[in-house]
Design a protein around this ligand. Structure first.
Ligand code: F6R
Length: 366
């Protein structure tokens, strides 16, 4: 049932190229220059007239929502707010009928997300779901929605659900951007062609397994770990830190790289591993100077870089290379080595990676 892998988590990490292709199936028609999504097409006036999109979710799905904010604002130019469902539901939020609420949930059973949806509907908002489990409570409660089609996710730590949620959000953002006239047909087509290549690029990233295992062996006993990223990769830093803490029980924090000097830099010394996402285009020079600041305080740098990078290679203790892609799609690639790193560290520490202590796959109570 684990398909030859030691754990469901590792199997699900490796399933991502296929899972993303399954998310695309019937939707991404790159050669025709079309993104077809019935649930968006059927509600297109609502989407195009939306004054605001509010994304509600918990945990990893909330991180996917943050990537969604960057995607939708960049391509469709619709203001987006991302809320923890648990905060949204209890703070008397301002919701109107011109708002679209997007609820993201792998299980479709998360109690706080479900309650947030009910509240939004009661206030007249149109609620769109992005779920993985077909027929789940959230899928039934929302006005409309799109499934991720990632297949069953058994490991408690979410992996392929995250990348397929981002995939759905990319499709929606690009489609709306094109229809709103924010993205010209030629730019839109270029993005579609690039999206088509993502599964094979994920396959390429999965091949760097052994290098990541070596890095894991060096840092497996670290008591703390920092994850830094900017722009589209800031949410990836948060997700990387969450993956590490939940399965290896190492304390980890994710930060926007520029926030370092507002506090966390005080933590840096020779025993602190810092994982930095430093891909080309994504505020690259800024991230390089953040890396230099960490290095001068003797922190250990593990950098995720674009293939062929030379500058970061000079400064970092370790580099993990990923193929080049559009900046907006980098989270789909940069996430993979962070999942693998957490996985190997957890295994080396003897942790139960598929069923970490104190955690449940579906959080059906608040
Ligand atoms: C992290 C993880 C949790 C879930 C969260 C939301 O790996 O699995 O943080 O992402 O409980 O769950 P869903 O997406 O089912 O609503």
């Amino acid at each position: 049932e684990k398909g030859g892998y030691d754990h469901f988590m590792l199997k699900e990490i490796h399933e991502q190229p296929n899972a993303i292709s399954d998310t695309y199936r019937g939707r991404l028609l790159a050669d025709k220059g079309i993104i077809k999504m019935g649930s968006v097409d059927n509600n297109i006036t609502k989407f195009l007239n939306a004054k605001r999109i509010i994304i509600v979710a918990c945990g990893t799905s909330w991180h996917a929502g943050l990537v969604g904010e960057y995607l939708i604002e960049e391509f469709a130019r619709i203001p987006v707010e991302v809320e923890y469902a648990s905060e949204f539901r209890y703070r008397n939020p301002i919701i109107s009928k011109d708002d679209i609420v997007i609820a993201i949930s792998q299980s479709g059973e998360t109690a706080d997300t479900l309650a947030a949806i009910k509240l939004a509907k009661a206030n007249g908002a149109f609620v769109f779901g992005i779920c993985n489990v077909v027929g789940s409570s959230i899928a039934r409660e929302t006005n409309s929605g799109a499934y991720t089609h990632a297949g069953p996710e058994i490991g408690v730590a979410s992996t392929k659900a995250f990348t397929t949620q981002i995939t759905v959000l990319s499709l929606i953002a690009l489609k709306l951007g094109n229809l709103k006239g924010e993205l010209s047909n030629s730019k839109f087509n270029n993005y579609l062609q690039e999206l088509k290549l993502i599964p094979s690029k994920v396959t390429e990233v999965l091949k760097i397994n052994t290098e990541i295992e070596k890095i894991a062996a060096i840092y497996k006993d670290a008591p703390n770990c920092l994850y830094l990223g900017r722009g589209f990769n800031f949410p990836v830093a948060l997700e990387g830190a969450l993956k590490l803490k939940e399965i290896s029980y190492i304390h980890a924090e994710g930060y926007p790289a520029a926030e370092m000097k507002h506090g966390p830099i005080a933590l840096i010394d020779a025993s602190m591993p810092v994982i930095v996402i430093a891909t080309k285009k994504g505020h690259y020079e800024k991230v390089v100077s953040n890396i230099q600041e960490i290095k001068s305080r003797k922190g250990k740098i593990i950098a995720i870089v674009t293939k062929g990078d030379t500058v970061v290679k000079e400064i970092a203790d370790h580099v993990i290379e990923i193929p080049e892609t559009e900046e907006a799609f980098t989270p789909l690639l940069t996430t993979i080595p962070l999942q693998l790193l957490s996985y190997y560290i957890a295994v080396m520490r003897g942790c139960n990676v598929d069923q970490p202590r104190n955690l449940a796959k579906s959080v059906t109570v608040e």
